[in-house]
Design a protein. Structure first.
Length: 114
């Protein structure tokens, strides 16, 4: 669970591990051990540094609950954001002249859902 929550929060913040390492003073190699298949769990001191750098709580990283964020975004919304981040990024890069047509297509498709 720690591994998944950490990876999700890194992605949600739009960071890469190298940035997180620089922000926390924890080596990239060490952080890699927390997010790769080994799924090592850090000691409390490191978990606090990671949580602070990611604007969340240690409890959230460990249990997936009680996220502490300045934006107060619920966990379910973070999962949706991560899921649709690529689409949002693409929408942000669309020329303003095409945006009304894309928006109309999205709304039309949503209305066809059961």
């Amino acid at each position: 669970m720690f591994r998944d929550n950490l990876k999700e929060q890194i992605e949600y913040k739009g960071m890469i591990i190298k940035e997180l390492a620089a922000k926390t003073g924890i080596s990239k190699r060490t952080i890699d051990t927390y997010v790769d298949s080994r799924a090592v769990i850090p000691n409390a001191e490191i978990a606090v540094k990671l949580a602070e750098a990611l604007d969340t709580s240690v409890e959230y990283l460990v249990k997936g609950s009680e996220q502490k964020s300045t934006q107060n975004i619920p966990h379910a919304d973070i999962k949706n954001y991560v899921k649709y981040k690529r689409i949002i990024d693409d929408l942000n890069s669309i020329s303003q002249e095409y945006l009304p047509a894309v928006e109309a297509m999205i709304h039309a498709a949503a209305k066809k859902l059961p």
